[in-house]
Design a protein around this ligand. Structure first.
Ligand SMILES: *Cc1c(COP(=O)(O)O)cnc(C)c1O
Length: 392
């Protein structure tokens, strides 16, 4: 099974068939499990056996199938599935850190990730140093002998900065710090984050893994010891578990993940090349374009450029809004990785909470539009984007 290629793992890994021999994974919509005897209950609470369950907050057969499948796909020893991507980020960091610990984090983060690092962790006495994630000298200067963890989005939201995971991991490991990578934009299809040195990998399964806008979910992947001894006790007592129904959606999402992400990425590349140099745009940001600041790194670190683009329109917010309102196929929303192409205005939505100065420092201007490229026909998308740019 470990020899299987990713697409085989994505379809077959982790299956637990019930006595009925069903083909498609069963949804075990049960919160609890019965014991034949009082003694059996006592034993299971003392030490659950392999594939024995107690309560769905701790684990559930459908959730376990999803965990085993994504762990196999990522080459991780273990996984814990969570109610959302943010439950995964929070669970990974809160379970491992304590007052007095030091964390170094890239500054270019999804708003809620920034909130956990900047507002929550610091409230509990964790010291956090933010760096420009693309500048290795800043990582080198910030990482100290007492640094317990480094955190980054391997490809940042929405500016698509690519972080040199191997180099940052090298610096972190010199002082024994754990490398925690939010790998959502890089996707499980294009990134081998563990091979690059990540110790803990986090996904919002809401994004490409579901990929059809149906359910919130997340996952923390890592070593058996980290997941079982650090993450699991924290998660099972604080209640951030994934629901069995969501796990079933995510299992089905994994089956088609490779096909969807590769198709979406090919369309994203086509759009990026076609729109580059457009008179209404000051910039097209896409890791697959030669003028992307980390183009070479992205090509070395990822087997594909991803499904996300950022467009910077001349004319600021008014132009961006006119463009968004003129779109016919592409929807205005804030999910990403979806089958439906989605456009977002980060400055007034996902990154509204930041001050204009912070946004400017992160390169999120008023004319920036984030585009998540879906599964529609590339020609239709190009027509739609072109006519909307004409009206911007
Ligand atoms: C969406 C997202 C999250 C949060 O995931 P949810 O499932 O919405 O909680 C975390 N990190 C990144 C990079 C994201 O894009």
């Amino acid at each position: 099974m470990t020899d299987w290629k990713p697409r085989t793992k994505a379809v077959h890994s982790g299956i637990r068939r019930s006595g009925y021999g069903e083909v498609s994974e069963a949804i075990f919509l049960t919160q609890g499990f019965v014991y034949d005897t009082a003694e059996a209950a006592r034993e299971r609470f003392e030490q659950p056996g392999d594939d024995e369950f107690i309560y769905a907050r701790y684990g559930n057969p459908t959730v376990a199938m999803f965990q085993d499948r994504i762990a196999a796909l990522e080459g991780a020893e273990a996984a814990f599935a969570t109610a959302s991507g943010m439950a995964a980020v929070n669970g990974a960091l809160m379970s491992m850190l304590k007052a007095g610990d030091h964390v170094v984090s890239a500054r270019a983060l999804f708003g809620s990730c920034l909130y956990i690092l900047e507002d929550i962790l610091t409230r509990f006495g964790v010291e956090v140093t933010f760096v420009d994630g693309t500048d290795l000298d800043q990582w080198r200067a910030a990482i100290r002998p007492d640094t317990r963890a480094v955190f980054m989005e391997t490809v940042s939201n929405p500016t698509l900065e690519v972080i040199d995971l191997r180099a940052v991991a090298g610096l972190a490991h010199e002082v024994g710090a754990l490398v925690v990578a939010d790998n959502v934009f890089a996707t499980p299809v294009f990134s081998r984050a563990f091979e690059m040195g990540a110790d803990v990998v986090i996904y919002s399964a809401t994004k490409h893994i579901d990929g059809q806008g149906r359910a919130l979910g997340g996952v923390i992947l890592g070593s058996e010891a980290f997941i079982r001894k650090t993450v699991e006790p924290y998660m099972k007592h604080t209640g951030g578990a994934m629901s069995p129904f969501t796990a079933w959606i995510m299992l089905k999402g994994l089956e088609t993940l490779d096909l969807r992400v590769k198709a979406q990425s090919a369309t994203a590349a086509r759009l990026a090349h076609a729109l580059r140099g457009h008179a209404r745009l000051s910039r097209v940001i896409f890791p697959g374009l030669e003028d992307h600041p980390q183009h070479t790194l992205a090509a070395a670190q990822m087997s594909g450029p991803g499904t996300m683009l950022a467009l910077d329109l001349h004319g600021g917010q008014e132009a961006a809004f006119r463009f968004l309102d003129a779109l016919g196929i592409v929807t205005i929303s804030n999910n990403l990785g979806d089958a439906k192409s989605i456009a977002t205005h980060p400055a007034t939505t996902t990154h509204q909470r930041l001050t204009p100065e912070t946004r400017a420092a992160l390169g999120i201007g008023p004319g920036m539009v984030r585009l998540s490229v879906g599964l529609e026909d590339a020609d239709d998308l190009l027509d739609d984007l072109s006519q909307a740019l004409d009206r911007a």
